[in-house]
Every structure is written in C-alpha cells, then in structure tokens.
Design a protein around this ligand. Sequence first.
Ligand code: SAM
Length: 208
Amino acid sequence: MTYYDPANFWSNYAKEQIKDGITATKYNTELYELQNARLMELLKHMEFKSVLEIGSGMGRITKMILDNFQIEEYAILDISAEFVNALLHNVDLKKYSTKSYHIVIGDITDPTVIDSFGNKEFDLVIAVEVLMHIKPRDIYNTLGSLMYLSKRNVVNLDYCTDKDVELRNHNFNHDYESMYKSYNDMCVKFNAEPLGDTDQVLFNVIMK
Ligand SMILES: C[S@@+](CC[C@H](N)C(=O)[O-])C[C@H]1O[C@@H](n2cnc3c(N)ncnc32)[C@H](O)[C@@H]1O
C-alpha cells in the first residue's frame, strides 16, 4: 500500500478533478443532495454569524451556507491550494454581505495553523467529508482543535460504520462518538444522526 501524504494526495486529487475545467460535475448528486438536505435541517436550528469551514474543497458547502445564512465572518481552511483556487472560481464571495473572509491553505493537524486562529473564535466549525481523511494518529487531537476553535457548534459529516470494510488508504473509519464524548469538559451535548443507508453520520457537538 502506498504511503498517504495528505498534502500531496489532495493536490494531485484536485488537479485530476479540475483538469476538464473547474467543475463540480463529478459530485455524486444523490448522496450530496441527501447531505445538503440533512445539513440544512441541522443548521437552520442553529444561530451562527461566524463560520470556520475545514476542507472546503471546491466550495459546495461554502456556497450552501453563504446562500442560505447571513454570515459576518467566513473562514476557510484547506490543505490544497488547487481546491482553494477552484472554490474562488466557483463561489462569488463578493456577492454576499459577509464582512470578512479569511482563507488559509494549511493542514488542520498542524498546531501552528490552529494557533493562527483564536480560541473560541467561531460560532460554527464545520467539516464535511474531511475528518475521514485524517490519519488515526491525528484524529483525536484534531477533534480537540475543532472544539477549541468553536464557541457554539462543531459539525462533521463523515463515513462512519460498524461494518468491517477495507478502505482506500486515504479513508479512515473513526470512532467519533467516543472521542467527542471523552472531551466532556468542553461540550454539553453530542448528537449523531446516521444518513439513511449511506454509512455516513452527521455529528453535532454543542460547546460549553
Ligand atoms: C472529500 S473533499 C470534501 C470537500 C468538501 N468539504 C465537500 O464536501 O464538498 C476533502 C477536502 O478536505 C481537504 N483536506 C484533506 N485533508 C485535510 C487536512 N489535513 N487539512 C485541511 N484540509 C484537508 C481536501 O483538500 C479536500 O478539499
């Protein structure tokens, strides 16, 4: 099995996705429609004006949030400059009333990247199909970082199943529930909603 180097992998993956022009046509429409509907259902019951989106890719979730909510401050963190460029092409950030955007190309597992943001700086920290790509050795601390950065909500939507399946080397099946729960000094509520028969789960943690 080849070694998974996230920075290299996502740079190459983005180049492949983008080679026919910057497009979102390769998205799995049915799954993404289900994800969008469930995310909207969850988000519309939350209050948030500031957002940190981790692993924003081509901007699918960015656009959904900015189209549907009034956001004052929107921060984006992605390991791939190619994906950030695609997002800037796909999402016209100027058309929203958002007062400030903060775009960082970096790795969520890097403590210096976390330190570049402030403690409890964002109402909502969200990562969709990103944490499933964090290596097992880094995932516990990464969840801690997401909680450190959020003053209200952390949301992640990821592959997560009890089934014993062999995954490609950039995908991991993490036990988010027990890790989140072990941070019980930081959060007051934990919720996990399976997404139909997709083997994906939508997690939401509310911070103290
Ligand atoms: C499967 S894509 C999901 C994109 C987007 N969230 C969506 O659902 O359409 C995973 C994204 O996470 C980014 N990513 C992967 N590992 C990362 C890391 N360690 N730090 C920051 N971003 C990462 C990738 O570059 C890519 O944009």
